[in-house]
Design a binder for this molecule. Structure first.
Ligand SMILES: [Zn+2]
Length: 233
C-alpha cells in the first residue's frame, strides 16, 4: 500500500493555534433553532492538491469535491494541508446512493461541501461545518434552478433514508434553496477506529496524536503473505 492511498487522521487539538482557532474542535455552536451542537474534532488531513484529487471516498466521490471553496473560506484553510471532518465519508456514502437513485452524476457546488466555522457563509451552525452536508447544483445535465427539479430531487434524497434532510424550494437564505439541492445528515461526528480517545482535554506535548486510517476492503483482502512482504519493503 502506498503512502498516498492512506489518509492521515488528526485530532484537531493537536494542530497549531491558528488552525485550532479556525476549526474550533469540540466547541459548542448554536444552530438556527437555538439548539447546541459540538463541532467535530477528528479531521482527515489532505496534504496536497494532488492527493485531494487522488483520494477517493467512494467510487464516484473524491475528497477534493468536498473541500472546494472560494475566498469566503479563511485564507489559512484554503492552503494545504487541508482539513475535513471524518464524517465526510458517511456523506459520500449517502451521495453514492443518491447518485444511483437520481440516475445521473452528482455535482457539488463551490463552497457546497465542508465549510469551516470561519467560513463567511457559516452563520448559524449548519451541518456543512460537520462535513455532513452537500449543496448539489447539477445532476447529470440538469441545472437545479427550478422548483420542479429541486422538488423532484429532494424527494429522491428523502426516500434514501430518514436520516437525510433536505431544504425546500424558496428564497429565504439558510432555510430554503432556489439554485441547488441541499442534502445533510445532521450533526454526525465520526471518531475513526484508529484514534484513541484517551485524552479528551488539552493537547499534550511530545505525543502527536494522529493515525493513518486503514483503507478498507481491497487492501484488507490482500493475502497475508503479500501484506507481510509489503511491510518489510
Ligand atoms: Zn447547504
Amino acid at each position: 500500500m502506498s503512502e498516498s492511498q492512506q489518509i492521515k487522521v488528526v485530532d484537531a487539538f493537536d494542530l497549531d493555534d491558528e488552525l485550532r482557532s479556525l476549526l474550533k474542535p469540540g466547541e459548542m455552536l448554536r444552530d438556527a433553532h437555538g439548539r447546541r451542537h459540538r463541532l467535530p474534532r477528528y479531521f482527515y488531513e489532505v496534504p496536497s492538491h494532488d492527493s485531494a484529487v487522488e483520494i477517493r471516498l467512494t467510487p464516484h466521490f473524491g475528497i477534493n469535491e468536498f473541500i472546494f471553496v472560494d475566498l469566503r473560506e479563511a485564507q489559512r484553510l484554503q492552503q494545504f494541508p487541508r482539513y475535513v471532518p471524518c464524517a465526510v465519508r458517511m456523506l459520500a456514502f449517502f451521495l453514492e446512493q443518491f447518485r444511483t437513485a437520481a440516475g445521473g452524476s452528482v455535482h457539488i457546488a463551490v463552497n457546497g461541501g465542508y465549510r469551516s466555522p470561519a467560513h463567511k457563509m457559516a452563520i448559524d451552525g449548519s451541518p456543512h461545518m460537520w462535513g455532513t452536508a452537500a449543496d448539489i447544483y447539477r445532476i447529470g445535465s440538469s441545472i437545479l434552478k427550478t422548483k420542479e427539479l429541486i422538488d423532484r430531487f429532494n424527494d429522491v434524497a428523502e426516500e434514501l433514508s430518514d436520516d437525510v434532510v433536505v431544504m425546500p424550494y424558496g428564497h429565504e437564505t439558510g432555510k430554503t434553496v432556489d439554485d441547488h439541492v441541499h442534502i445533510d445528515l445532521g450533526y454526525l461526528t465520526v471518531i475513526p477506529r484508529e484514534i484513541s480517545e484517551d485524552r479528551m482535554e488539552v493537547p499534550q506535548e511530545h505525543r502527536p496524536r494522529f493515525a493513518f486510517e486503514e483503507r478498507r476492503k481491497r487492501e484488507r483482502r490482500v493475502p497475508v503473505v503479500a501484506a507481510e512482504a509489503e511491510k518489510t519493503q
